[in-house]
Ligand binder design. Sequence first.
Ligand code: C2E
Ligand code: MG
Ligand code: MG
Ligand code: MG
Length: 275
Amino acid sequence: NAKKRTQNNYSFYDLQFKKDAISYTETVTNLKQAVEKGELELYFQPQNDAQTGSIVGAEALIRWNYKGEVVPPDFFIQAAEKSGLIVEIGDFVLRKGFKTVKRWHDKKIAKGRVAINVSAHQLTHLDFINTLKSMLQESGCEASWIELEITESSVLENPDLVIDLLQKIKALGFHISVDDFGTGYSSLSYLKNLPIDKLKIDRSFIMSIQTEPKNQIIVKTTIFLGNELGIHVLAEGVETEEEHSFLLENKIDSIQGYYYSKPLSLDEFEKLLKM
Ligand code: C2E
Ligand code: MG
Ligand code: MG
Ligand code: MG
């Protein structure tokens, strides 16, 4: 229903961006200008301890302020990846993310790490490690305040290169999480070989937990696997009391989802941090 689809002040039905149904080429052209015109912005969604409910981190999520609308990434991230613009956008996200985290630490309102999404293209780009280093210097941010989210497909595309990169990232002091866990062509061997701190169980398993007994088993087993391997396990997209209690019973570490909060603008999120 229409109400369910409404989040962050936009509704998928109202979105002019979608009605215009702009082409790939137009999206890329507009997106290039968006970077230059400063139309990109970060929202923050809290991550909460499953037992106490207190904020233990946040994920930075990009938004595009386009013609008065807040456009979510599903409308432009693929075009950004395909065109290579994701490197420039990724740099923006890192720079803005680090700067924001530094400010929270200075103001003593920081709560846990901030997770930043890194696309496969961005990760394997020639300069990524140097970019991270220079942005740490530039921002005064500590690597241990940041978690970088990668996806299973990043690893799969180029395993040897990615193992090397992740070890370098880890050596700098960043934490590493696997996003959308379970949706890619996962190989369990990488849990053994890669320096991974956290698994984020994909929302698709969580949203059907109630109706799909198989998903219950998958989620339970993933939590168990993470716990046994000493890897933190977070569930994404938790919306209901039922989902929450199922996850808690099965010893999930933390939760990110509308159950606690949708992604918030910087101002809104800072209010939450100060509470
Ligand atoms: P993701 O990294 O898996 O982020 C989680 C997505 O789930 C976010 O969507 C968040 O708003 C949504 N979500 C969280 N809790 C709930 C819930 O309870 N119910 C529902 N229905 N949704 C929930 P968002 O912000 O639209 O981002 C979509 C995807 O776009 C992200 O998925 C990520 O893959 C990508 N993305 C976002 N920001 C960036 C970025 O800065 N760089 C890159 N490369 N990708 C990004
Ligand atoms: Mg993510
Ligand atoms: Mg995810
Ligand atoms: Mg996702």
